[in-house]
Design a protein around this ligand. Structure first.
Ligand code: PEP
Ligand code: MN
Length: 344
């Protein structure tokens, strides 16, 4: 349920509401707005009696049920966008960020080269998988810990925060030592123990949409992370399975405006995995931003033809530069802010 405080409520009244929420075994989420303050009380099915109890507390204007099954992710509980801040820029609420880098960390040289050029062309975060979720057990699985160390070196050299994937709950502690943002891949988007584990890791999470997940299921996965006390979640639309075979996945551009009408969380687009082919990455990225996305996560490799995973979809450096040039112009036309290029 959502508790709406009266205008001019006192801090003591608010604290009393929070204490009462905890007393009945619910989780409070305070959202202070300019006009008033909302307190989400998150728990299973409040009874009419319980709602009446809260309605009678001093300072409370109204108590209303939260209509959606996702609670903490809901715009009802927090009616303004979440803005996440990184040392290199912000995402959400009109602020756009770009994360870029190779699909997988393959070598020190490959990753450092990519890190330097994505920074030079204006990216704000470095991506790269050290642990790779591969369809075949015989395919390149990533360099593991060595890959994490290479990412750490790339971060020291460039100052770019690192986003990298974590595959299992047991890996969370290790990956969180190196990552600034923990990536949950499409294939793990409903791995509930993993979602709970990253909810407790104290790091922002980039959650990909599963390839056969509805948007409701996607938000319920986000809710697993939020309900563990981690409100720093970025949702990423990365394409879903349809009957269309021409692209690797079908980018659901509509997911962006729909999610934004339901949640305060930032929504990003991954144009690389749905395209499956580098020629189509730039148009999909621009479509996602035009639809309202707060960021992009894009694959690019110094020598894409030699990549050990996702070779066909990784951009060459010159194509990444072209993408960033178009992104800058589009973001300006949309009256949004692209974080400044990282200097040094
Ligand atoms: C990736 O980002 O390289 C990746 C494996 O993505 P997804 O989980 O979206 O397939
Ligand atoms: Mn990939």
């Amino acid at each position: 349920m959502l508790i709406v405080m009266k205008r001019g409520y006192t801090e003591e009244e608010l604290q009393e509401v929070v204490r009462e929420i905890e007393k009945v075994g619910y989780r409070p989420h305070v959202s202070r707005g300019v006009e008033t303050t909302l307190v989400g009380a998150i728990g299973r099915g409040p009874t009419p009696e319980l709602m009446e109890h809260f309605r009678a507390l001093p300072g409370v204007a109204e108590v209303i049920p939260i209509s959606k099954p996702w609670k903490l992710a809901s715009l009802e509980v927090q009616p303004f966008p979440t803005v996440l801040e990184f040392p290199t820029g912000k995402t959400g609420g009109g602020h756009v960020l770009v994360a870029a880098g190779p699909c997988g960390v393959e070598s020190r040289e490959q990753t450092l080269r990519a890190a330097h050029y994505v920074k030079a062309h204006g990216a704000h975060m470095l991506r790269g998988g050290a642990f790779k979720p591969r369809t075949s057990p015989y395919a390149f699985q990533g360099l593991g810990l060595e890959g994490l160390k290479i990412l750490a070196e790339a971060k020291r050299e460039t100052g770019l925060p690192i986003v990298t994937e974590v595959l299992s709950p047991e890996q969370v502690e290790l990956v969180a030592e190196y990552a600034d943002v923990l990536q949950i891949g499409a294939r793990n988007a409903q791995n509930f123990p993993l979602l709970q584990a990253v909810g407790e890791a104290g790091k922002p999470v980039l959650l990909k949409r599963g390839m056969s997940m509805t948007l409701e299921e996607f938000l319920m996965s986000a809710e697993y992370i939020l309900s563990r006390g981690n409100m720093r979640v970025i949702l990423v639309e990365r394409g879903i399975r349809t009957f269309e075979k021409a692209t690797r996945f079908t980018l659901d551009v509509a997911a962006v405006p729909v999610l934004k009408s339901w949640t305060h969380l930032p929504v990003w687009i991954d144009p690389s995995h749905p395209a499956g082919k580098r020629d189509w990455v730039i148009p999909l990225a621009l479509a996602g931003l035009a639809a309202g996305a707060d960021g992009l996560i894009v694959e690019t490799h110094p020598e894409p033809e030699k990549a050990l995973s996702d070779a066909a979809q990784q951009l060459h450096e010159h194509e990444f530069a072209e993408l960033m040039d178009k992104v800058r112009r589009l973001v300006a036309a949309l009256d949004k802010t692209l974080a400044a290029p990282v200097l040094g």
